[in-house]
Structure formats: structure tokens, C-alpha cells
Design a protein around this ligand. Structure first.
Ligand code: MSP
Length: 506
């Protein structure tokens, strides 16, 4: 039995619309979730990592019409593109859910009935705006100049019969939950959620079937289609088996990882629906910022959409995974540029990191046949390795992936300075034992660094761990304690890592 077998961790990404192929923004959320999932598995949690595609609604219906195919054909084609990207990016999800899955649709109907039984659903008339790209109802007071306040695109005016979700019972309860817990993260987002909650009216939760055919019909009144956000949010339950008891193994979710544009749906609508259906609330909704390009939003019309397939084929998955969390604090907006990525690739990944691993492993191989013993316990001046490790760990726990990577980089810089100052290549000529000590210390630093780097750069982490004979680092089925990581093994058996980040052409 592993030492933390009782610990479970459930993390989700948004499910992505299948109207178009994924861009760098979609890759961002999923990679972040993967980093956290891998980290949690490393330290012994039983993790469930859910991702998938949001396939219903007017937006998809419209995209399919434009291409002259059925919405199902579009979804069947496009969900595979997402799956392919996740494969290219080494995403370790446990389940990929599609909202057209039979079990999901049944779960949505069950969930709807639960809210209905609670007396929270009533019929009325919606008069106001609707943004199809965001699939969002916008009260007329919030539509600026007939533009969507979230995406800035034109909205449609609607006047239609609708079922509503009555928020009255839940407003105060949710307010208290938000104020008293770490539910909304980062902290600076709390205020905007509380303000939106204050202004919230009852939520429209259907579209007339004659206007939106592509979706799940309302049970008992098939003239209506369930609002796509009710359908989509329920994936977080259906993905773990709801309404079967199985869902209790992982519910409530530990983290719903999302972008800032969909915070209202996750931090207001979703918890209210859950309260109504009698379910526990997720522990955290973390909203990250947006990638822009030269300060502009990515858009088809500006032709500035960054294709993650291209970036991965040029730089490799680890480089993109690394760059996205090294460049910008997680939670803030960032500016994506291929030049920026190239610079970090050359200076940090190839030079500071790749070269560090290569020169230590090569030196050990050519001077000690790779066999490096512990002459004395490793000791370092000017750094406290345990502190660095613990600070990395607490950053990972706080979803501060930028700070965690910064911590890793401090250790990398230290290791480079250490090897330069101790110059084993000169010392080997005069004192073999002293040199072995230096190389052992270096290998020890590598062990700690690789453990910390692995969730960000799993391919590199695996390779380096193998080269240094510490394969268990990349074995997520084996939980590791702080002691495993920081303890001094007696021996390293090292092979050269080879070049980890080769020169990129162009
Ligand atoms: N289908 C809904 C989510 C339903 S979840 C129950 C949706 N899909 S989406 O495909 O439009 O967006 C998915 C995620 O990608 C969102 O978290 C969004 O914030 C993120 N991003 C889309 N563009 C982005 C950037 N330019 N930068 C960073 N993330 C961005 O919304």
C-alpha cells in the first residue's frame, strides 16, 4: 500500500468547443492541468484528470452549417484534432469526455430533474441579448453598444419563451462560500465574481428547439433545448460517472482550471446548480489569463492565431510546456511570440538546462565510467536545497506554476555556478577523490532538479532520470516523499544524456 493511497485529487479543464481547431490558448489550460496532475501523482495522490469537448449548441450548429456538414460530423472530426494535440503535448488525461456521449446526455437529464425537484426551475420569457460565440445570455444593461462585454463581438436580440433557474435561494450562500474559502483563485478575481453575483438575476437555461436544435431536449418539454452551459458544466460530474455512486470517488473537484472569460459560469452558475441538485461544491476554480499576440487578441480576422501543432513540431512539446509557464505569471495575461520562445529555448533550455545535464553526465561517463560514489554527504554553500524544494512544492500547491518554475531555475543557475567554480575538468588531473565528490554533488542537484522539472517537461525529465539511473523519478505510479527526493543515495550510475534541446533551424 502506498503511503497516501487514501488521497484523491480531481482536476478538470474546460471542455473545448469543436467549431474550430485548437490554438495556443486551449493548449495553455490543458498543459497547466497536466502539470498539476503529474505533480500530484508524483507525490502519491490518486488523480483523475478530465478533459474533453463541448459539442452542442448554436455555435457548433452554425459552424457546421457554414461548412455544409451536420454538427455531429463536425464534432466527430474536430474532437480528434483535440485528441491529437493532447497526444503531441504529452497530456496524461484519464478521460476525454464528449457532450454527445450517451452517458453524458443521460447525466444532464438526471441533473436537470434534480434541480427541477428542488423547485428551482420555472418557465418565463427572456428578453435581452445573446452572444453566440460565448453562448451567453447578456442582460440588456450589460451589452455595450450591442457588443458582447466578454468577447466584443455583435450580440443578437432575443425575445423568447424560456425556462429559468431561480437564484434567490442560493445568492447569499454562495457569497459566503466565496468570501470564506479559497474557491475563487487567483484572489484578485474574487471581487469581480462577488460584483457579478450581486447583480445576478435568474438565469435563462433553455433555448427554443426551433432556434437551437443541436442539444439535449428538456425532459418533459421537448419544445426546448437545454442551455449549452448547463449541458457543458455537467461534464464535470458525468465524466466521473454521475449519477452513479462511482462519482463519489472523486467529487467534489479539487480544481476546475479555466480561462478568465468563463469565470462567471464556473464560479456563479455552476455552484448554484450544484447546490440545487444537492451536491458538494468544487474546492477551487482557478482562472488564468489570456495569451495575446503583440498585444492583440488572437482572431481569424487578424490572422494572428498561433497554431500549437506547428510550435510543437518546431520546438518540441517540452519547450512549449516550459515557455508558457516561464514567460508569464499564471493568472496574468501574456504575449506569445515565437521569437520569445526561441530565445528561451536557446538560452534557458538548450544552454542552461540541457547543457548542464549533458556536461555532468558526459564528464561522469568519460572519467568515472559513469559510476560515481558518495565520498561524503553532499553539502552546498549559499543555498538551502530543502528550502528551495519546499518553496517549489508550496508554489505547486498554490497553482503558482510561474513561481515553481522560477524556483527550479534558481537551482539550475546555482548548479551551473557550482560546476564552473569547482571546475572538475581541471581538478581531475590533481585530485580524483575531490572530483568524484564534486560530480556526486552535481548528480545530487540533478536529481532534485529533475524531480521538480518533470511535471513541466516530462519528456526531458524521463530522459535525464534514465541517464542518471534514477528512473523512479518519472514513474508516476510510485509516490515519493520529500525524503526520497532529498536523501543522498550512495551511488549514481550515469550515462550521457545526449543533446536534449538540439539547435532549431530557421
Ligand atoms: N466550451 C466552453 C467551456 C465549457 S467548460 C464547461 C469554452 N470553450 S472554448 O473552447 O471557447 O474555450 C476553452 C478555454 O480556452 C477557456 O478556458 C478559455 O479561456 C481558453 N482560451 C481561449 N482563448 C484563449 C487565449 N487566447 N489565451 C488563453 N486561454 C484562452 O469556453
Amino acid at each position: 500500500m502506498s503511503y497516501q493511497e487514501n488521497l484523491k485529487f480531481y482536476i478538470t479543464t474546460p471542455i473545448y468547443y469543436v467549431n474550430d481547431k485548437p490554438h495556443i490558448g486551449h493548449a495553455y489550460t490543458t498543459v497547466a492541468a497536466d502539470i498539476i496532475a503529474r505533480y500530484k501523482r508524483q507525490i502519491g495522490y490518486k488523480v483523475f484528470f478530465l478533459t474533453g469537448t463541448d459539442e452542442h449548441g448554436r455555435k457548433i450548429e452554425k459552424a457546421a452549417e457554414e461548412r455544409g456538414i451536420s454538427p455531429k460530423e463536425l464534432a466527430d472530426e474536430m474532437h480528434l484534432v483535440f485528441k491529437k494535440l493532447w497526444q503531441n503535448l504529452n497530456i496524461s488525461y484519464n478521460k476525454f469526455i464528449r457532450t454527445t456521449d450517451e452517458e453524458h446526455q443521460e447525466a444532464v437529464i438526471y441533473f436537470w430533474k434534480k434541480m427541477k425537484e428542488s423547485g428551482d426551475i420555472y418557465k418565463g420569457k427572456y428578453v435581452g441579448w445573446y452572444c453566440v460565440p460565448c453562448e451567453s445570455f447578456i442582460p440588456s444593461s450589460q451589452a455595450e453598444d450591442v457588443k458582447c462585454p466578454t468577447c466584443g463581438r455583435p450580440v443578437e436580440i432575443l425575445e423568447e419563451e424560456s425556462y429559468f433557474f431561480s437564484v434567490g435561494k442560493y445568492k447569499q450562500k454562495l457569497k459566503e462560500y466565496i468570501e470564506s474559502s479559497g474557491f475563487v483563485k487567483p484572489d484578485f478575481r474574487k471581487k469581480e465574481v462577488l460584483n457579478a453575483l450581486e447583480d445576478l438575476g435568474d438565469i435563462s437555461i433553455t433555448r427554443p428547439r426551433e432556434r437551437v436544435r443541436w442539444g439535449i431536449p428538456v425532459p418533459g418539454d421537448e419544445r426546448f433545448t437545454i442551455y449549452v452551459w448547463v449541458d457543458a458544466l455537467t461534464n464535470y460530474l458525468s465524466g466521473i460517472g454521475y449519477p452513479s455512486q462511482r462519482a463519489n470517488d472523486f467529487w467534489p473537484a479539487d480544481i476546475h482550471l479555466i480561462g478568465k472569460d468563463i469565470l462567471k459560469f464556473h464560479a456563479i452558475y455552476w455552484p448554484m446548480f450544484l447546490m440545487s441538485a444537492g451536491l458538494e461544491l468544487p474546492k477551487m476554480v482557478f482562472a488564468h489569463g489570456w495569451w495575446k499576440v503583440k498585444g492583440e487578441k488572437m482572431s481569424k480576422s487578424l490572422k494572428n492565431i498561433v497554431d500549437p501543432f506547428e510550435i510543437v513540431s518546431l520546438f518540441g512539446a517540452d519547450a512549449l510546456r516550459y515557455f508558457m509557464f516561464r514567460e508569464t505569471p499564471f493568472g496574468q495575461d501574456g504575449d506569445f511570440s515565437e521569437e520569445g520562445l526561441r530565445t528561451r529555448y536557446e538560452n534557458e533550455l538548450a544552454k542552461d538546462i540541457g547543457n548542464l545535464f549533458l556536461r555532468i553526465s558526459k564528464f561522469a561517463e568519460s572519467n568515472f565510467s559513469g559510476k560515481v560514489r558518495k565520498v561524503s554527504p553532499p553539502s552546498f554553500e549559499g543555498i538551502d536545497i530543502e528550502n528551495s524544494f519546499l518553496s517549489w512544492k508550496s508554489s505547486m500547491e498554490n497553482v503558482d506554476l510561474f513561481k515553481a518554475l522560477g524556483e527550479i531555475f534558481n537551482l539550475v543557475s546555482y548548479a551551473n555556478r557550482y560546476i564552473d567554480q569547482n571546475a572538475p575538468w581541471s581538478k581531475i588531473k590533481i585530485n580524483r577523490e575531490e572530483t568524484e565528490k564534486i560530480i556526486f554533488n552535481c548528480a545530487y542537484l540533478v536529481k532534485v532538479i529533475v524531480f521538480m522539472l518533470y511535471p513541466f517537461c516530462p519528456e526531458t525529465g524521463k530522459k535525464v532520470a534514465q541517464s542518471f539511473g534514477i528512473e523512479w523519478i518519472a514513474d508516476e505510479s510510485k509516490p515519493k516523499t520529500k525524503e526520497d527526493i532529498l536523501n543522498h543515495s550512495d551511488f549514481f550510475n550515469i550515462k550521457s544524456t545526449g543533446i536534449l534541446f538540439p539547435k532549431i533551424g530557421g
